[in-house]
Design a protein around this ligand. Structure first.
Ligand code: HEM
Length: 453
C-alpha cells in the first residue's frame, strides 16, 4: 500500500472467508444501518471483495459534489447497464453531460407543472375502477400507476393492461438481477446459460420491444408528439448526426426504469403509514376537502396542499427508495482523514442516513410535522433522497409533483384500510419496497353516506 493512503477501519464482525457477507445477506438494511455506529467511513468485506461505506453526511456531500470528478458511478450502476449500455443514469463523463443537457429541459420545474393534467388523466381512470371493499396489492397498483404516468408524460404512450404488466415484470426481473450481481459479483455466473440468466435476457427483450414500438410510432407520426422521445429523435450531435436508435432505446428504457418503481414505493409506503395513523389521514382529508372539495386538481392548487407535501417529505425520509448508491474512485480519493486508492468501491445509503438519530430526533417515528418550518430542520446535506451534485436525480421535480398529485387524487376519493393481522416490513432490493402490502379500498363517499345514515 502506498505510504500516503489511509484506509478506513474495517467494521467489526468480519468472519474468515465470508467477511461481512452473512449479516449483509441476512438483513441488508439492518446491517447497513448498524454500520453507522462504526464511524464516518468504514470498510466491509464480502469474500475477497472490499467495499467502503460512507456514513457521514459531510463526506457524502464531498464525494457527490466537490470530488465528483474523482469518482464514477460504480458497481450497482455497472450492473444496471442490463437496461441499456449508456443510458443517462449509467453514462459517464462528457457523454453524461451532453445527454443530461439534452433531456433536462423536459424535467424542469416549470415544464413539470404542465404535466399535472396528464398525471391526473392517467391516474383517475385507474382509481375510478376500484370498487368499494376491493383488496388491493398496493405495491403493484402503485407500480402500474407510476409506470403509466412516466409512459404517458414522457413518451405519450399508455400500454394496455397486459402489456403494462409484462413491462413491469421485466423491469422487476432486471432490477433484481442488478442488485444481486452488485452485492455478490461473480461475473462468470452471469454468463452461464442458467434458467435465471435466460429469464433476464428474456425480460430485457420484452422491455426493449415495448420501447422500440413507442419509438417506431413516434417516427411514423412525428407531428403527433411533443415529449421526451421527440426530443431524443430531434437531437443532433456536434457533427449534425441524429442519435442512433439503440441509444434512444437505452435512454427511454432508462427513464422508465428510473422513474417508475421509485415513486411507486413512496406512494405505497405513504398509504401504509396513513393506514396506521388515522389522525394523519383525517388531517389529509381535511386539507383535500378544503382546498379541492371536488374541484379539479391542477398545478396551481398543489402549493395549497402543505400537509400533503409534508406527508410526501416524511415518506421520502423514512422510506427513501434508494437504499444503496454506489461510486468507484477513479483516482486516489481523500474523504476526511481517509484516503482510498483508485478502484475502491464506495457506497452510501439515503435510507440509513435519513434514519440516523444524530440527524433526526426519534428517527423511526413517522412524523410529517417534523417538516413544519418552525421546527428545527436537519443540517444541510442530511436530507438527500434524490442524491446530490451533478448526478442528482433528474426526475426530482417530476417525482415530487407526481407523489403529491397521486396522493391527493387517491385520498380525495378513497381510504385505504390495513388488513387486520397482516404485517409489512421494508425489503432492500433495487428500492426499499414493502414485503407485502394489501389494503382494502373504502370509498370515502360511501363512508360519509353510511355515517349520515
Ligand atoms: C421518489 C422518486 C425518486 C427517487 C427517490 C429517485 C432517486 C434518485 C437518486 C438517488 C438518483 C441519483 C443516483 C446517484 O447519485 O448515483 C437518481 C438519478 C436519476 N433519476 Fe431519479 N428518483 C426518483 C424518481 C425519478 C423519476 C420520476 C425520474 C424520471 C422520470 C427519474 C430519473 C432519474 C435519472 C435520469 C437519474 C440519473 C441522473 C444522472 O445521472 O444525471 N428519477 N434518482
Amino acid at each position: 500500500m502506498p505510504a500516503d493512503l489511509h484506509l478506513p477501519p474495517i467494521a467489526p464482525g468480519r468472519r474468515p472467508l465470508f467477511g461481512h457477507a452473512i449479516p449483509l445477506l441476512r438483513d441488508r438494511l439492518a446491517f447497513l444501518q448498524n454500520l453507522r455506529a462504526f464511524g464516518p467511513i468504514v470498510r466491509i468485506t464480502i469474500g475477497p471483495k472490499s467495499l467502503t461505506v460512507v456514513n457521514s453526511s459531510e463526506l457524502i456531500q464531498e464525494m457527490l459534489t466537490s470530488k465528483s470528478h474523482q469518482v464514477s458511478k460504480g458497481l450497482l450502476f455497472e450492473k444496471l447497464k442490463l437496461f441499456g449500455k449508456d443510458a443517462l443514469p449509467v453514462a459517464e463523463g462528457s457523454r453524461h453531460l451532453t445527454r443530461r443537457r439534452l433531456m433536462q429541459p423536459a424535467f424542469h420545474r416549470e415544464r413539470v407543472s404542465g404535466y399535472v393534467k396528464t398525471m391526473r388523466e392517467t391516474v383517475e381512470p385507474v382509481i375510478a375502477n376500484w370498487c368499494d371493499g376491493d383488496t388491493l396489492d398496493l405495491k403493484t397498483e402503485m407500480q402500474l400507476m407510476a409506470q403509466g404516468v412516466v409512459m404517458s408524460v414522457a413518451f405519450s404512450s399508455t400500454p394496455e393492461h397486459q402489456r403494462a404488466r409484462a413491462i413491469l415484470a421485466s423491469v422487476d426481473t432486471v432490477f433484481k438481477a442488478a442488485i444481486r450481481r452488485a452485492l455478490l459479483p461473480v461475473p462468470v455466473l452471469e454468463r452461464l446459460p442458467t434458467r435465471r440468466n435466460r429469464q433476464i435476457t428474456h425480460a430485457g427483450g420484452v422491455l426493449h420491444q415495448a420501447v422500440a414500438d413507442i419509438i417506431t410510432d413516434h417516427r411514423t407520426n412525428p407531428d403527433a408528439y411533443d415529449d421526451v422521445v421527440s426530443l431524443l429523435l430531434a437531437a443532433r450531435d456536434e457533427t449534425g448526426a441524429a442519435l442512433p436508435d439503440d441509444e434512444i432505446l437505452s435512454e427511454v428504457t432508462g427513464l422508465l426504469a428510473a422513474g417508475s418503481e421509485t415513486t411507486a414505493v413512496v406512494l405505497a409506503w405513504l398509504f401504509h403509514e396513513l393506514g396506521r395513523h388515522p389522525d394523519l389521514e383525517q388531517r389529509l382529508h381535511h386539507e383535500l376537502d378544503t382546498v379541492l372539495g371536488g374541484r379539479t386538481l391542477t398545478a396551481a392548487r398543489l402549493p395549497q396542499l402543505p400537509f400533503t407535501r409534508r406527508l410526501v417529505t416524511e415518506t421520502l425520509r423514512l422510506y427513501s427508495p434508494a437504499w444503496l448508491v454506489t461510486r468507484q474512485a477513479i483516482e486516489p480519493l481523500q474523504l476526511g482523514n481517509v484516503t482510498v486508492p483508485a478502484g475502491t468501491d464506495l457506497l452510501w445509503s439515503p435510507y440509513t442516513l435519513h434514519r440516523d438519530a444524530e440527524l433526526y430526533p426519534d428517527p423511526q417515528r413517522f412524523d410529517p410535522d417534523r417538516w413544519l418550518p418552525e421546527r428545527p430542520q436537519p443540517p444541510k446535506g442530511a436530507f438527500i433522497p434524490f442524491g446530490s451534485g451533478k448526478r442528482q436525480c433528474m426526475g426530482d421535480a417530476f417525482a415530487w409533483t407526481e407523489a403529491i398529485s397521486v396522493t391527493a387524487l387517491i385520498a380525495s376519493r378513497w381510504r385505504l384500510r390495513p388488513i387486520p393481522g397482516t404485517s409489512t416490513r421494508p425489503i432492500g432490493e433495487i428500492t426499499v419496497h414493502p414485503s407485502s402490502l394489501r389494503m382494502t379500498a373504502e370509498s370515502r363517499q360511501t363512508a360519509t353516506t353510511r355515517k349520515a345514515a
